[in-house]
Write a protein that binds this ligand. Sequence first.
Ligand SMILES: Cc1cc2nc3c(=O)[nH]c(=O)nc-3n(C[C@H](O)[C@H](O)[C@H](O)COP(=O)(O)OP(=O)(O)OC[C@H]3O[C@@H](n4cnc5c(N)ncnc54)[C@H](O)[C@@H]3O)c2cc1C
Length: 641
Amino acid sequence: MFMWATSFLSLVLLFPRHAAFSISKFFRFLDFPINRRLITRHARNDGETAFLNAANQTPLNDTDVLVVGGGIHSLIYAIHTAKLSPGRTINVVEKAGSPSYKIGESTLTTFGLWLKTIGIESPMLWRLFGPKDGLAFYYMPQNGDPENYTGFCANGPPGDFVPTLQIERKISELMLTLIAQRMGVNVWHGHSVDIDNTVLADGGSKVPVAGKQVNAKLVVDATGRFRRFASKEARLQRFDGWNTDAFWGYFECPVDESEIPLDHYESVNTNHICLPEGWAWVIRLPTWEGSSIKNLTKMINYLLDLNYAGVPADEIPSSLELARMFGLKFRWVVSIGFALRTDTEYPADLSSYGSCEAEQRFNWITAKYPKMAGLMSKHKLVRDLYGPGTTWYIRKNLTYVSPKVTGNGFIAIGDATGFTNPLYSPGINANMGTSVAAAELTASYLDSEDAKGRAESMQKYEEYCNGRVDGLHRMNVFNYVLMRSPQLGPLGPLWQYLSGTGMPGWQKMRTYDFNTAGDILKNWDWGAREPEYAEFADSVIKMLPGKPSEPVDPEIEQLILNMSDAKVKELVAGGKFKNRWAGLLRWYNDSLIRSETKIDKDILARRCSKCTNWRLLTGDRKCATCGAMNKQELSQKVMYN
Ligand SMILES: Cc1cc2nc3c(=O)[nH]c(=O)nc-3n(C[C@H](O)[C@H](O)[C@H](O)COP(=O)(O)OP(=O)(O)OC[C@H]3O[C@@H](n4cnc5c(N)ncnc54)[C@H](O)[C@@H]3O)c2cc1C
């Protein structure tokens, strides 16, 4: 096998013109995880890299902060630090030649809030990204009976407050790069750090980057799940019990979404199809794939200018108008993938379900649940959306935690500190806390005159991170075990909304600005560490051991339902957790009592009367996608009650 691979690579070196195509085919055939890395390297467009790097204001020299990795947390951190510590030099180095494909598309209120606090408003964001109005869940029974499923549905924040978005990561990272560069942060693409030859030291590290040595007072490990510096400090830890594997692809929905056979289905929600084995996400988002980085950059810079000038939303060109103005490709796709427990029992032979592992697993689990199969029958696979060999993706053992997040002269942020699962999108939205906390630490670290002061800053950050991923892991397990029964499933999101949006800090959301939002951004994790939540989740997890295929004992099921009813009643009456529950949630009243006839909730989104794409209702009439002017009365949100 090794010989075979070596001969193949020699051929590639001899015939580089065909390399990207051939490599992708070869590794797709082997279902080998290295393929995308090789393709990216071969497909790198040096002209685009130079174009992006030319916007940096100074050369890459010795720096106060060197951020290794140019992903979403790196850029959030760099922008936040630039605002908190003006005058400090910040350099971000990213090994990819330009922002490129990543999974992680659904964002929540905290990300929208942070964007707002740095001056980025909804109208420009809705031109670049998909609008999102909350989360919907469908819970399927073990036998797949399509008549016996339950649901849960919650709105997102109103569009006139902050946007929640479905983001294509190439575009979000490009937008954040341009914002950072405007603030004086240098973002260097095509710059790989030689980790093994980096000498980390308190107060000053020596880092080899792209053929030169950069001295940095503080190094930030923002290398995501690769944990390039954190991994040298300590091996990653896994939790006891099952982990989860994800596999996914991209689809089109050629029919009107009203044909999708799920009650109240709206593609403006992040939709979750929950099964005893785990769940599927269904996320509709626009893609600009196929557009050049140069033209995308020009468009985003144009939008940033309009944003900072405060141009009214109805005067900003729509996505389709922008695509025409800047020579870009724009279309809607649907990201659909599963995150299943590793104790899922797959048939020994899946070969009839597809040609690679991701496709086989995807098609097998889809076929097992008629409602999921019904949903997929309305979608059409998009092949190779993000380049050759990118039709199917798989990532295994998603959950891990970095036991140490600081070391001599470095701190880790984002996924380099740990990750659990895409359920409830903690990756960007809860992990944002690490980027914000690290930015605050940076200010005190750089201001410290001596090693003791710097060590104290590092210690504070270790304490901040301690227990974060553990809390998210408990939240994840709690929700997964409840998915084994459609009667229990909705208790998962019910407790998330109770704890995560009922908590006191959340109620003050509308009052926050850059100077006051730090606490909620650092500490919001869906309420996963609120003591009342933790206690209930722990007891439910203990009551539901067993494999996904094992039916839940009806007595245990009833006991959990009764426990939850009593506890929720007590907590709502106690007044610690407050919200306009009836406006926020379908099927629940203000006391969080469920009724199958209470269908209505706040109306925060409608479909455009011309192109039928979803619009968040703010009073503005222009459709962000097609530019049609909708009627005023169909552009206002309608509050329940
Ligand atoms: C299946 C799945 C679905 C998900 N869905 C969601 C979701 O819907 N919502 C959500 O919030 N989160 C989601 N996530 C999580 C989300 O993808 C991550 O939390 C997020 O991308 C982490 O960002 P990051 O900046 O920490 O790391 P990354 O985005 O991985 O960035 C790390 C960067 O470091 C660079 N790098 C690595 N080594 C070097 C080096 N030596 N030199 C220079 N650069 C280097 C890499 O090229 C990369 O660009 C999902 C995750 C998975 C697995």
